[in-house]
Design a binder for this molecule. Structure first.
Ligand code: UD1
Length: 366
């Protein structure tokens, strides 16, 4: 069985790494399974892509589509046109896509439209209900043409069933991003900013912001950052800045001794910083899962989430995007009242093995 594994943007890389490793093991055991790694090139900077391959031991991609940046339509179109050529050249038995980025949707559509190639979606079924986010559209479109749904939560299973997906096509397997976190946790390492600022465990806050709703409008971003600075008890704020945010941040001219904007970080150093932080303020989805597993308080600056278990079970709280919500949340944090949280079912480091076992079973049945 030949599987095309698709990766395009930063949050994909930690999700595919353990799957590639498990396929490698199955192959050594003589199982009929092989893969081609396809990098769409949606993220292309060393800091957004290359470093993750090195750190997580992901092999060089077999195919680079080199699609690059652009509007949503330009990106989608570039990926589809380039991937279609790859598929015509050699047809895989199945393509495996992860998460919700534009590459996920674009490659699924291309494969499905070209001879009905089967699609497996890892992290299927999660929904924010917010169609203003391109990721929500990517999730809905991908799931509408997916054959095998690998899910991270009971809520995802329910969402899929409500949409009419048959039980037999849903495989509740857990979270491959957490496989990567648990595997590499003992290798997390202090970033240079740790020494430079003489950081101490539990005495700084990590923040990441890149959602268009928070960062595309200068006034909004400025208000959010000001409010975080004013309410964080003078703790250093370590802010690895996404390229999208960097463009806006430059124009804001915010300079405050507490605020430390830095370049995007590698996986091992970023997670070291998170693991030892007092709290994380973010608008990412994946980071809310990682903070849940590491038991670190997390404040999400979004109006909704596709990962409700990080709130109901984990350490995450949804603050919304109104800067006024930051003060009471920080007060709760500093008074020691933040919830401790638990770890959701099957987020146990064995998800990729379950996925590969299911794929092998499905192949036998086909
Ligand atoms: C994408 C994903 C988002 C994910 C995020 C993580 C979609 C719709 N969104 O958003 O779900 O959370 O990645 O990073 O797929 N850029 C660079 N260098 C790069 C990559 C991007 O400078 O290596 C610039 C682009 O030129 C663009 C901006 O960053 O101006 C945004 O990149 P893009 O891939 O369009 O979306 P993200 O905001 O990164």
């Amino acid at each position: 069985m030949l599987i095309d594994i698709i990766a395009g943007a930063r949050p994909n890389f930690m999700k595919i790494a353990p799957i590639i490793e498990e396929i490698g093991k199955a192959k050594i055991e003589g199982k009929n399974i092989d893969y081609r790694l396809v990098h769409t090139g949606q993220h292309y900077d060393q800091k957004m892509s290359g470093n993750f391959f090195e750190e997580l031991g992901i092999p060089e991609p077999d195919i680079n589509l080199g699609s690059g940046s652009g509007t949503q339509a330009e990106q989608t179109a570039a990926i589809m046109v380039r991937y279609e050529k790859v598929l015509i050249d050699q047809r895989p038995d199945l393509i495996l896509v992860v998460g919700d980025v534009t590459s996920t949707m674009a490659c699924s559509i291309t494969a499905k439209k070209l001879n009905n190639i089967k699609v497996a979606h890892v992290e299927a079924g999660i929904r924010s209900g917010d169609l203003r986010m391109p990721e929500e559209i990517n999730r809905m479109v991908t799931d509408s043409i997916t054959d095998y749904f690998f899910t991270t939560s009971e809520m995802a299973n329910e969402n899929l069933k409500k949409a009419g997906v048959e039980n037999e096509s849903i495989f509740f397997v857990g979270n491959t991003m957490i496989d990567t976190l648990l595997k590499h946790r003992s290798r997390f390492r202090k970033p240079s900013v740790w020494h430079k600022l003489q950081l101490e465990g539990g005495k700084y806050i990590v923040m990441t912001l890149h959602r268009p709703a928070n960062v595309d409008e200068e006034g909004k971003l400025k208000d959010l950052i000001r409010e975080i600075i004013n309410n964080s008890n003078d703790l250093p704020l370590i802010f690895p800045v996404h390229p999208r945010t960097a463009k806006v941040l430059e124009n804001l001219g915010i300079s405050n001794p507490q605020l430390h904007p830095i370049d995007p970080m590698g996986y091992l150093e970023f997670n070291y910083l998170v693991e030892h932080a007092k709290a994380v303020v973010t608008d990412s989805g994946g980071i809310t899962e990682e903070t849940t597993v590491m038991g670190i308080p997390c404040m999400t600056l979004r109006d909704n989430t596709e990962r409700p278990e990080t709130i109901t079970i984990g350490t995450n709280e949804l603050l919304g995007t109104d800067p006024k919500a930051i003060k009471p949340a920080m007060e709760k944090l500093f008074s020691g009242e933040w919830k401790k949280g638990n770890i959701p079912a099957l987020w146990d480091g064995k998800t990729a093995k379950r996925i590969v076992d299911h794929l092998l079973n499905l192949e036998q049945k086909a």
